[in-house]
Design a protein around this ligand. Structure first.
Ligand code: AKG
Ligand code: FE2
Length: 312
């Protein structure tokens, strides 16, 4: 059958980060959903390959798992039949009910460490580097590190989407279809704080990666449409591996760093069904111009695919 219209888009299955994971030490491909499932499915074969003591098993989990068990549990619950907001809130920390800001461990400490090392290598390389956004002068874009496809897209599609659908259905939480992911970096002599702003995103995930530092807390005011609410900001300290979830339109910023170096992974999550009607930056219907990759998350109406055989 010949078709005319938009070129075909090639896709990938979102099981990428949970199915067929290769553990070189034991020469095994594993399916990972939770610690319990891993034990149920693989203890005999792992034993036969030398993963015997509880310490061996813990090492396997710590070294090979990127996602924190709490995050896996919250995502798994959210995707289960009959899941509701109350049930999900029992699996997250509510930082502000009124502002709808939540926190949950997202990455294991080992993964944070590995990601920071990867970022350091990239920073020291002479690869061309764009900057995260107009507000941060230092830091890195995850797609330039080649981490969008293997890490951020599965994170959004498989884990964040079910969670966000329950937390923020009114902000496109269940219809996320693109993102902009970057690491912000603060240290003395470079950026040290971030002014109050709202994000070019419907929803945001902000994960503390480390390193050692003082100061630099996040603060949150009201929604940008109601800036009077900034009078009583909510202060949020960073906890390594933990992610803060908030609406992109929630005014926020970062207090000045005292000492050390702070790196956070920021994922601006976008829902084209929401932003195609209303650009959060100009607060108007977007005036679309072509862009690469995910652009800023807007989409044009695709021309309808026509089955030319059916026309003859
Ligand atoms: O400094 C931070 O952790 C927050 C960064 C942020 O809000 C942003 O880049 O949009
Ligand atoms: Fe922000």
């Amino acid at each position: 059958m010949a078709t005319a219209g938009a070129p075909r888009r090639f896709c990938r299955c979102a099981c990428f980060c949970s199915e067929n994971l290769y553990v070189a030490r034991y020469g095994l491909h594993l399916r990972f959903r939770s610690e319990q499932q891993l034990r149920q499915d693989y203890v005999p074969i792992l034993r036969s390959r030398g993963c015997i003591s509880p310490q061996d098993f813990q090492q396997l989990l710590a070294e090979d798992a990127a996602l924190a068990p709490e995050f896996l549990a919250a995502a798994e619950y959210s995707a289960s039949p009959g899941a509701d907001l109350q049930g999900l809130l029992q699996r997250l920390e509510t930082l502000s009910e009124e502002k709808r800001i939540y926190r949950v461990p997202v990455f294991t400490p080992t993964f944070c460490q590995a990601l920071l090392e990867e970022l350091e290598h990239f920073e020291q390389s002479d690869m061309p580097k764009g900057r995260p956004n107009t507000m941060n002068n230092y830091g890195m874009l995850l797609h330039e590190l080649g981490l969008d496809e293997p890490l951020v897209t599965p994170l959004r599609e498989r884990f964040l989407q079910p969670l966000m659908a329950l937390l923020y259905p009114d902000c496109g939480g269940g219809r996320l279809d693109s993102h902009r992911a970057f690491v912000v970096k603060y240290t003395l002599g470079q950026d040290q704080e971030l002014g109050c702003h709202y994000d070019n995103a419907e929803l945001t995930l902000n994960v503390a990666l480390g390193k050692a530092f003082t100061g630099g807390a996040l603060y949150f005011g009201g929604l940008f449409q109601a800036p009077a609410a900034l009078t009583e900001p909510l202060e949020v300290e960073h906890v390594m591996g933990q992610g803060v979830l908030h609406r992109g339109g929630q005014l926020h910023g970062a207090r000045p760093l005292g000492t050390g170096e702070r790196c956070n992974l920021i994922v601006w999550l976008r829902a084209s069904v929401v932003r195609n009607r209303f650009c959060p930056m100009c607060c108007r219907e977007p005036d679309l111009v072509d862009d690469d990759g995910f652009g800023d998350g807007f989409t044009r109406d695709e021309p309808t695919t026509v089955d030319v055989c059916a026309l003859t």
